[in-house]
Design a protein around this ligand. Sequence first.
Ligand SMILES: *[C@@H]1O[C@H](CO)[C@@H](O)[C@H](O)[C@H]1NC(C)=O
Ligand SMILES: *[C@@H]1O[C@H](CO)[C@@H](O)[C@H](O)[C@H]1NC(C)=O
Length: 449
Amino acid sequence: MAALRTLALLALTCVSSSQTSDCSYSVLLEHFNLTETNALLEMARPVKNWTASTLVQLDMLVYGILKVDEKSQTVTAHIWLSIRWTNEFLTWNPSDFCGIDSLSIPRSKVWIPDISIQEDASDTGTVQKSPFVTVSPSGTMNVEARQRLTYTCQFNLNLFPFDTQNCNITYWSMSGNARSIMLGTVNNKTTLSFISERIMITQGEWKLKSLDISQEIVPYDGEHESKLIYMVSFERKPMLYVINLIFPLFYLLVLDLASFFINEARGEKLSFKVTVLLSISLLLLILQDMLPSTEENLPMIAIYFITVFALVGLSVLEVMLVSFLVDLESQCSEEARSSEDVRVDVQLEAEPSAEAAGVEEKGPVKPEKSYRPSDRPGDRDLLKLILDEVKAARQGAGKPDRDKGKSRCYRKLAYTIDIVYFVFYFLTVVIFGWIMYVKWIKQVILFSG
Ligand SMILES: *[C@@H]1O[C@H](CO)[C@@H](O)[C@H](O)[C@H]1NC(C)=O
Ligand SMILES: *[C@@H]1O[C@H](CO)[C@@H](O)[C@H](O)[C@H]1NC(C)=O
């Protein structure tokens, strides 16, 4: 009997040793019936009591900001996703299975929560999922995925290019409600943003500022839905825009102001101002390529651009007005000159007998021709010739003084307009600069500080 017992014990140890000698994963897989199709594991949420909810923990890392499209209001980022939940049926004692403490099984063999992103605007094929689910002895399942995620975001471009964008990435379960699936995270936001910054591979003109997490339960279609919101905030590096847009525009404005000191040669001044205006419209075109046209509150930079454009445009108009007045003056002086001629001619025609006296008055101008008048016709021709000469002399010397007095008013008006406009322009630029500072730069300092 004792011998029989020993034999039985020996056989048992033999069997068990032969069993444990196979230390591959297959034993464990067979233990869970995973080598064949195990529909139970694939189909149902892995809980022993259906009223228990499954906590799905979802850690997201942002490791690249590829593109921020202001026009279409989308962000493209590289994200790394790690989803963790517990399968109550896949637990084992490692010491029974050669100490196996982790098992990889194909995704298709087990139930996986259907988590999706609300703001997702990506094309299909941008997700790269790990084909395996990793299971630990306690039944904790873990799947990893990386994704080039394009998601929509309502940008606030008011402070462009000194803006910081806060965009939400909302995770939710498409089929489950809050009773069956609860969403949460494994690590807290400090750890996640720290790791994100460490592994960041590309961020271009952006800088990841913070990663915030909020868990919400929102009513939806008579049920409650658990949502996990990642609030990713990133700020723009504005230097290129300052160098490319803001500074050149300011410089052009200063140039336009300074052009008041250009010589009164009006053609030159006008063409200079028009060139400045053209340069500004070029910058406006560049700006138009960057900003969306569907903007409720206009970005400060657009106000800045359009105001400078309007100021320079107005100053071109002012130069046109001044040059028109100057033109008026020269026309006026010509008219005055011709009316003077007519008067002299009339005088000549009307009083032929008085011509001699007129000549004698102008005697000092042409002294060699001042001899006594006579009634002979030949003398009369000669006198007429002399009168013509006198007329020419008067036009050359005496008349400009009188013209100046007459049409100086226009030049004076033009000059006054120029000065007044310059003062007005200068004051406007100063006030405008101050408003821009308060509404734009100060806000930026407040926000970042
Ligand atoms: C595996 O399947 C067999 C029958 O096919 C069943 O007796 C056993 O309980 C199953 N094991 C598990 C872990 O489901
Ligand atoms: C992001 O989510 C938070 C929390 O629900 C919310 O307060 C905020 O308004 C959201 N932001 C955007 C841009 O939707």
